[in-house]
Design a protein around this ligand. Structure first.
Ligand code: ADP
Length: 411
């Protein structure tokens, strides 16, 4: 381990190594024993032959403290040799003459080993403590810096949340304005369009005989364009009216009743196309009956409009799923390429252009999507070209507590 904080190096400290080179450590032990010998020799007149190991215990302690347990053992051994040779009777013999001296020698050897080991252990514990304190300090510092970073990130998040809320509020305001604008434009356009329609009809009635074939054809174009424009403005008005579902318009709605009313409304088209419309028994759901009727009407009218060469066959059914009712309207019409399955729910998107025999403004399905989503459901379609299509939509079993307000994506 290597910790460099506060200029402290702990390399090898945990294994009991003091970080000094052996020559210094063992040399210090040698010097300590030599000094102890000199002082003991000088103090001989005071102690005589008593307490021969007294000062050598300090030498062992110093050596162990300075150099570790190796120098401690070395100082112990050197002390025994010196004391045996110089301070125990008979001198210069090393072998003690009395059993008490031999016992002292053995006791000192044990004491020396114990001192060396204990000092070594104590120093290691001390260094371990230092290391842990250092580590603690470092983790504390990194904890503090992560806390600071967290605070900064939190502040950033708070700010972006604030600006998001602000942008959302602005979006809702401009969305509302747009909605009002679309409503008033489509509403106000109706009167002049009706006037143009009426005057072009008058023109045809009064001057048809006076006009040549080209003039009549031009007038017919104008009349047809007026009819298309009228339908477009009417649909646009309808679309702009579906801003949100009023909470009090949500009521227990018998879908069988709703479907019956819708089929009466489009009885003429059903009769004209020779269509066969069948339905399962439908449930009672919590919904806005007027809006639900609009959804059924648009999907059924499309089923009749986008028919193939065969007489149209439409089937309406419903099944209960986890938290909603799933309705479906299936037809045997021309179908469409599934690559456009999402596009068709966008306002003014038509797969069959205005010039084709399928007239329309491209708003019907976007009205359906709006209504279904405002009531907390989803809508999608599955189709095979030349085989037919099925349009699905869901109605929540329990209506949402608050009606969905207009959002940016819905414009
Ligand atoms: P419109 O019918 O006025 O064009 P819609 O929004 O109702 O507008 O439909 C969008 C487009 O989706 C249509 O132009 C048509 O291409 C396609 N479409 C809708 N319903 C059907 C259907 N039942 N079968 C095949 N295509 C369909």
């Amino acid at each position: 381990m290597s910790v460099t904080g506060k200029n402290v190096h702990y390399e090898g400290i945990r294994d009991g190594n003091t970080g000094r080179i052996p020559l210094t450590r063992y040399g210090a032990a040698l010097i300590a024993v030599a000094l102890a010998s000199l002082v003991r020799f000088a103090a001989s007149p005071l102690f005589g032959w008593e307490f021969p190991f007294l000062l050598f215990a300090f030498a062992v302690f110093f050596s162990a403290d300075f150099g570790g347990k190796g120098p401690g053992f070395t100082a112990t051994a050197l002390s025994i040799i010196v004391v045996g040779a110089a301070f125990i009777q008979p001198r210069s013999n090393f072998i003690p003459g009395h059993i008490a001296d031999a016992a002292r020698m053995a006791l000192f050897a044990v004491l020396g080993v114990v001192i060396s080991l204990a000092v070594n252990r104590l120093k290691r514990a001390n260094r371990d403590l230092l290391c842990s304190a250092q580590e603690l300090e470092q983790s504390n510092a990194s904890l503090q810096s992560s806390e600071r970073e967290l605070l900064q990130a939190n502040e950033l998040l708070r700010r972006s949340q604030q600006s998001l809320t602000y942008a959302n509020a602005r979006l809702e305001i401009s969305n509302g304005d747009l909605q009002k604008f679309a409503y008033s434009v489509s509403h106000d356009l109706q009167a002049p369009i009706r006037t143009i329609g009426a005057f072009s009809q008058l023109l045809i009635q009064k001057y048809e005989a006076k006009l040549d074939a080209d003039g009549c054809e031009l007038l017919a174009h104008i009349a047809a364009a007026v009819v298309r424009m009228n339908a477009l403005v009417r649909d646009l008005l309808e679309y702009s009216k579906v801003t949100h579902v009023e909470a009090d318009s949500i009521t227990a709605t018998d879908c069988n009743e709703v479907l019956r009313g819708v089929l009466q409304d489009c009885a003429a088209s059903v009769h004209e196309t020779g269509a066969q419309v069948t339905a399962d028994t439908l449930p009672i759901v919590q919904a806005d009956p007027k809006r639900l009727a609009q959804v059924f009407l648009n999907l059924i009218e499309n089923g009749l409009k986008y028919r193939s060469a065969q007489p149209p066959k439409l089937h309406i059914s419903a099944k209960s799923e986890d938290e909603h009712w799933q309705f479906s309207v299936t037809d045997n019409g021309i179908g469409f390429d599934m690559a456009h399955a999402e596009r068709i729910f966008t306002a003014f998107e038509r797969l069959h252009s205005t010039g084709s025999s399928y007239q329309g403004s491209g708003i019907g399905l976007s009205i359906v999507k709006r209504i279904v989503e405002r009531q907390g459901g989803t809508v999608w379609a599955v189709s095979r070209q030349g085989i037919g299509s099925t349009f699905y939509f869901t109605v929540p079993s329990k209506p949402e507590p608050h009606p969905k307000q207009l959002s940016a994506s819905s414009v």
